[in-house]
Design a protein around this ligand. Structure first.
Ligand SMILES: Nc1ncnc2c1ncn2[C@@H]1O[C@H](COP(=O)(O)OP(=O)(O)OP(=O)(O)O)[C@@H](O)[C@H]1O
Length: 234
């Protein structure tokens, strides 16, 4: 479970996250939607202890990320799949992460298999396509078999078959009872992936509802999104 309470982040003159409160429950996929600059990545970074909030708090299973012992065993994150050392081989990268969190090396082979990178495990990451880096990022997020997953645009760079694969994997992870928070710009993808949506604009919460509540029969998620955004416009 993820809990965000009164979360606020100001960067000089930009209020990136503005008194945001929501809960992300286990057992379903929660889509995190918002236009460019709405504050999605900043919220995820605050949740993962990568930035300090100006006010408010964000917790994973009741604890701030920084207080979690062996954090990868509680929460797996994929923020920027390209932020990996290109000189490392995929297996080395995963082993480096696993070792720092007391995770057995034996998981690495199975995870590379799961994300479709088994043949590339011994190759340098620098030669990977963006889609391959996303797959590696997902393997890293799953290393510690965490209850909570925080994924920022995980389908970026994936081809149509890769997008379908990612959707099926996220659904199976949620069905196992995990908490899955996933941001995306792709409305059509969110419409068939998410069970619940959190919509933000200018750092503020606009909607926190089941997808069936937001998208009425005969309308699209894109219509619903534009409606919610439109209602919030000054
Ligand atoms: N380190 C930073 N310093 C200054 N401003 C920042 C910083 N990080 C984010 N911002 C600003 O905060 C606002 C929210 O940005 P954020 O990246 O969280 O939005 P987003 O919803 O993830 O956008 P996108 O969908 O384009 O990735 C933007 O106005 C952005 O320019």
């Amino acid at each position: 479970m993820i809990e965000v309470t009164g979360l606020t982040k100001r960067f000089k003159r930009t209020l990136a996250v503005d008194d945001l409160s929501f809960t992300v429950s286990p057992g379903r996929i929660t889509g995190f939607l918002g236009a460019n600059g709405a504050g999605k990545t900043t919220t995820m970074r605050l949740l993962l202890g990568l930035d300090q909030p100006t006010a408010g708090r964000a917790t994973v299973n009741g604890m701030p990320y920084r207080d979690l012992k062996r954090p990868l065993t509680h929460v797996g994150a994929l923020l920027d799949a390209t932020a990996v050392q290109g000189g490392r081989r995929a297996e080395q990268h995963l082993w480096w992460l696993a070792r720092s969190n007391g995770i057995s090396r034996s998981r690495i082979g199975a995870l590379l298999e799961l994300v479709g990178l088994a043949p590339a495990g011994g190759k340098r990451i620098g030669g990977f396509s963006l889609g391959m880096k996303q797959r590696l990022g997902l393997a890293a997020a799953l290393l510690g078999d965490p209850e909570v997953l925080v994924l920022d645009e995980p389908t970026n760079g994936l081809d149509p078959e890769g997008i379908r694969w990612m959707r099926a994997l996220l659904k199976s992870l949620a069905a196992e009872g995990r908490t899955v928070l996933v941001s995306s710009h792709l409305m059509s993808e969110m419409a068939v992936t998410a069970d619940h949506l959190i919509v933000v604009a200018q750092g503020r919460l606009l909607a926190d509802a089941a997808i069936t509540e937001l998208v009425r029969p005969g309308t699209s998620l894109e219509d619903a999104f534009m409606n919610v955004i439109g209602r919030s416009a000054p």
